[in-house]
Design a protein. Structure first.
Length: 574
């Protein structure tokens, strides 16, 4: 998304790189003077034409040099509405009086790129790594079900392929039902409390799978586990949004989902049939209990009786808080123990500007589900033994990890989400064409090659989750939209779990033709349509905003009844 001429306040929808109306020269000491503004290093970075060097810097493979745009001692502070002379009035507009980070908020505070990089690395190690650890614990159960079925679990429990489909569908139903209620609980008591509670409960239920006896117990445990896992992802994303800017979050989410895929690799190596379905009770419960102590409430409140010095120094807290609130002033609009009313839920659900993203959530990943769900069963049907099947299911996970990181980095570097996210379905399209073109009888290794390439797709879900967060425009809408987006993703999974049917086995020609059509639809209609919709919305707002005088714009900011992404000074990410 290009910088809008309106120069709106830097929200997640407008991007952290948008300069404010006021032209301020930012000194290293933190003073603000009314002269020509100095763009931050990241602003200059956005303007560079050479994408290759930007990619190297993104992964930390290129160092900044003294005096260039990446001088580590250059000011990192991004211009925002907090540089305005009306900052005191804006505090009343944007900041909730009980906002938990109030003590660290300082509009005049400035910091360097070197300091910001050090603090971000510290947040990565203390906050992000543990979030990945929790996600890994969740995926021990989600991943090992496919390994278990490769060793005749269905026969051992007296289950049919139809029962397996129903179990996977019921699991998705549990996820779907839990999404919004879990988010509401999280918003009321805080994700730092609710997430550990969820982990403890679903890990205990997962361990009880050891005692499965038949169809009823299989279906019941699939539902219960999913119910207490369902809210974990949106809850964690809400929690991470307290720590990262809109530009920093997507690549962290890519690492977040990669942690789950690494667990799939480990489970693939360690799979021993039905016994792997026990879950690792000790480790999962320990992760849940430890999370009560390792998830601080917010950046400004990391001190406790077990960690009296806290995670960060006072200056580091200010860098985290002020970088986030400059990126999106509306992140201070609620405190993280504040619940959401029924009216707010309804208003957020009616937000038509979020519907294009929900539609993407429903369809974008649909083609990959059947192939992934039936991969181990397909390998066994083609003659591979249990060990070969579990080992052959690993290469596509490695490939997907690499592609996910690359596609997420590319999305932020080119500042585009719609056409970059289209890469997943564009990748799947020729693979389904190849599956349809394979002659009978299908060669086992040929199927392995095509299925591995297909499932090594560039996973764009992290991009779209962060995209939803950016375009929400307010804390309450971010809370509800994260749940609604994931609910549509779960609906997609429910549909995907039932696409491959026994009467279409073993080649599933009818199903694969339909999946091919969906890939074409996404590449030709859905993603381009989403891009042009948000571009049209931004242009419509820009016309009204640019017609105002600076005084009228200031009056609007302080007095408008428009909220979140309906504000004229908000710009949607495209």
């Amino acid at each position: 998304m290009s910088v809008q001429p309106a120069h709106p306040p830097a929200t997640e929808g407008s991007g952290s790189d948008t300069p404010s109306d006021r032209k301020d020269d930012i000194s290293k000491e933190g003073a603000v003077s009314s002269t020509t503004p100095a763009l931050s290093a990241r602003e200059n970075e956005r303007m560079e034409a050479v994408l290759g060097n930007a990619i190297l810097r993104f992964f930390g493979l290129r160092k900044g040099r003294k005096g260039d745009a990446h001088d580590p001692d250059a000011i990192a502070t991004q211009p925002s509405i907090w540089d305005s002379e009306n900052v005191e009035e804006y505090k009343d507009v944007y900041i909730h009086p009980q906002w938990e980070n109030w003590s660290a908020f300082d509009p005049k505070f400035r910091w360097t790129l070197r300091e910001e990089k050090a603090v971000r690395r510290k947040v990565d190690w203390k906050i992000m790594v543990w979030a990945c650890t929790m996600f890994a614990a969740l995926n021990i159960d989600r991943g090992n079900i496919s390994n278990a079925v490769s060793d005749n679990m269905l026969d051992d429990l007296g289950l049919t392929q139809s029962d397996y489909n129903i179990g996977q569908t019921i699991s998705r139903v549990g996820f779907l039902v839990a999404e919004l209620p879990s988010q509401l609980i999280s918003k009321r008591i805080g994700p730092d409390l609710w997430i550990p509670i969820q982990i403890c409960i679903f890990s205990i239920v997962s361990a009880l799978q050891l005692f499965l006896k038949g169809r009823a117990s299989f279906l019941a445990t699939r539902y219960l586990i999913a119910t207490f896992q369902g809210g974990f992802i949106p809850d964690t994303i809400l929690y991470l949004s307290y720590w990262y800017t809109g530009r920093s979050l997507p690549i962290r989410l890519a690492w977040f989902w990669m942690s789950s895929q690494l667990v799939d690799i480990g489970v693939g190596f360690a799979a021993v049939g039905l016994l792997s379905m026990r879950g690792i009770l000790g480790y999962e419960v320990l992760v849940g209990v430890a999370s009560f102590f390792l998830m601080p409430q917010c950046p400004a409140k990391t001190k406790s009786w077990w960690c009296p010095k806290g995670y960060f120094t006072e200056k580091e807290e200010k860098i985290i808080v002020n970088s986030v609130i400059r990126d999106d002033p509306q992140k201070g609009g609620m405190h993280n123990r504040q619940g959401i009313s029924v009216r707010q839920i309804w208003e957020c659900a009616k937000d038509y500007d979020m519907w294009p993203l929900y539609a993407l959530g429903l369809l974008f990943g649909l083609p990959k589900y059947p192939v992934g769900q039936y991969l181990t069963l397909s390998f066994r049907g083609l003659g591979f033994n249990v060990i070969e099947t579990n080992l052959l299911s690993i290469p596509n996970i490695v490939g997907s990890c690499i592609m996910m990181l690359l596609i997420t980095a590319l999305s932020e570097l080119v500042n585009n989400r719609s056409f970059v996210s289209m890469a997943e379905d564009a990748w799947l399209l020729p693979c389904f064409a190849a599956l349809l073109a394979l002659a009978e009888p299908i060669d086992p290794w040929a199927y392995f090659a095509i299925a591995t390439v297909l499932l090594s797709f560039p996973y764009t879900h992290p991009i779209q989750v962060a995209w939803t967060s950016r375009n929400a425009g307010s804390v309450q809408n971010r809370t509800v939209s994260a749940s609604l987006y994931n609910m549509w993703v779960q609906v997609s999974g429910m549909i995907g779990a039932n696409i491959y049917q026994p009467d279409d086995a073993p080649r599933y020609f009818k199903a694969n033709k339909g999946l091919l059509v969906i890939c074409i639809w996404m590449c030709v209609i859905q993603y381009p349509g989403t891009y042009f919709y948000y571009r049209w919305r931004n242009n419509s707002k820009a016309k009204k905003w640019d017609a105002m005088t600076p005084e009228e714009q200031d009056y609007y900011r302080k007095n408008t009844t428009d909220e979140g992404n309906k504000r004229l000074d908000f710009r949607f990410a495209t």
